[in-house]
Ligand binder design. Structure first.
Ligand SMILES: *Cc1c(COP(=O)(O)O)cnc(C)c1O
Length: 402
């Protein structure tokens, strides 16, 4: 058995991203298996009472209990950290476990958060319905507006929290400016990078402190399991996230971690191909005269910024049924190949109507403020041949009277 190099960060950090996605974190057992092993165990056994005592005292390296550590989960964490260019990563049960843990582990009563108002529905919900109950206030702003970030900062502001591109309006946030502003004021930035993945955008390179993921999306990439991930400095993970997560328990199951670990092996390929397919489909819709919001298209008001901070536009974009909600739903219903589903990041092309699904609980006022119109549709472009997707969409638009 050849010695694996995947667990030595001084080596894996030198690899290029596509290599990291396949090999970083791999930790072989004595059997020399090629595919990473799935360790379905909650506990571990020890040679002596002294040994287990040393591990609990933090004096000896090794597993103690799977709420703290698990070898399959460790492999996934090391792989994501290498791809992100981060010192450390911890994975969670879902993207929302990742977001909630990142906020709660470091904030206290009296603290303030500035957040982008175009965001995943549940991210807005935890700010308005969980954090506020513990005396943590927030201000929601138009995250595209650099001046709005500056204006929203208060003496007690401890965190900036946003996604870019944002769900579902495809707002792009200026990472260099916003992370730089936070740094200059001692505020930590949490970037929800689910739409881009480390293949297309690495927020830490622009000065972000914490990058959080729904690994359910592009990282799994085949719509199988729920998972989340948080990357940051070793210091922040050890001081805040690790003790919070070990004791409150929003951990990722080893089986789910294993599925995501294998998903990452094809992430580079999928993210690039889905981005290209997505541009092809978006061009088709624009040529049919529809309004499209896609960060890679010239018609997007922030296309130049997106090109500056991303390697490609990602699989997801929004477009608008000219006659509003009824027509948007008619388009969904007329599709034969593309599935109606609120998930994203899948290899299958999926469409959803945000106003009545993912962003339903924001209310009409919240949606209007965030730019989520009733005619808006969000599409995740998968790995099918884009010509088949275009045929399907063309037929559906005809039938819906567009
Ligand atoms: C899906 C998603 C989440 C939540 O992740 P889950 O895995 O569904 O819990 C958070 N942020 C963004 C941008 C998402 O797309």
């Amino acid at each position: 058995m050849k010695k694996t190099t995947g667990t030595d960060p001084s080596i894996t950090s030198q690899w290029r991203p596509a290599t990291q996605a396949v090999r970083a974190g791999t930790m072989r057992s004595g059997h020399g298996e090629t595919s990473e092993a799935l360790y379905l165990t909650s506990g571990y056994t020890f040679d002596s009472a002294e040994e287990v005592a040393a591990r609990f005292a933090g004096e000896a390296e090794g597993m103690q209990y799977s709420r703290f550590r698990n070898p399959t989960v460790d492999m996934l964490q090391q792989r994501i950290a290498a791809m992100e260019g981060a010192e450390a990563c911890l994975v969670q049960a879902s993207g929302m476990a990742a977001m909630t843990s990142s906020l709660l582990c470091m904030l206290s009563a009296g603290d303030h958060v500035v957040a982008g108002r175009a965001a995943f529905g549940s991210c807005r919900w935890i700010l308005s319905n969980v954090l506020n109950r513990f005396g943590i206030e927030h201000t929601a702003i138009d995250a595209r507006d650099n001046a709005a970030w500056e204006a929203a900062v208060q003496p007690n502001t401890k965190a900036f929290f946003f996604e870019t591109p944002a769900n579902p309006t495809m707002d792009v946030v200026d990472l260099e400016f916003v992370c730089g502003l936070a740094r200059s004021k001692g505020i930590r930035t949490i970037v929800d990078n689910a739409f881009a993945t480390p293949v297309l955008q690495r927020p830490l390179d622009f000065g972000a402190d914490i990058v959080a993921y729904s690994a359910t999306k592009m990282m799994d990439g085949q719509g199988r399991v729920m998972a989340g991930a948080v990357c940051s400095s070793r210091e922040w993970i050890e001081e805040y996230l690790s003790p919070f997560q070990r004791n409150t328990g929003p951990i990722c199951a080893p089986f789910n971690a294993w599925v995501v670990l294998k998903g990452l092996e094809t992430l580079d390929l999928r993210a690039r191909r889905q981005s290209a397919n997505s541009v092809a489909v978006a061009h088709f819709l624009e040529d049919r005269g529809l309004r499209v919001l896609h960060p890679w298209l010239e018609s997007h008001p922030q296309s130049e910024l997106a090109h500056r901070q991303m390697a490609a536009g990602g699989p997801i974009f929004a477009f608008f049924a000219p006659k509003g909600r009824e027509q948007a739903m008619a388009i969904c219903n007329a599709l034969e190949l593309i599935d109606i589903s609120n998930n994203i990041g899948d290899a299958k092309t999926l469409i959803c109507h945000p106003a009545t699904t993912t962003h339903h609980n924001m209310g009409a006022d919240g949606r209007a403020e965030a730019g989520i119109e009733d005619g808006m549709l969000r599409i995740n472009v998968g790995l099918e041949d884009p010509l088949d997707l275009i045929d399907d969409l063309g037929r559906a638009l005809d039938r819906a009277g567009v």
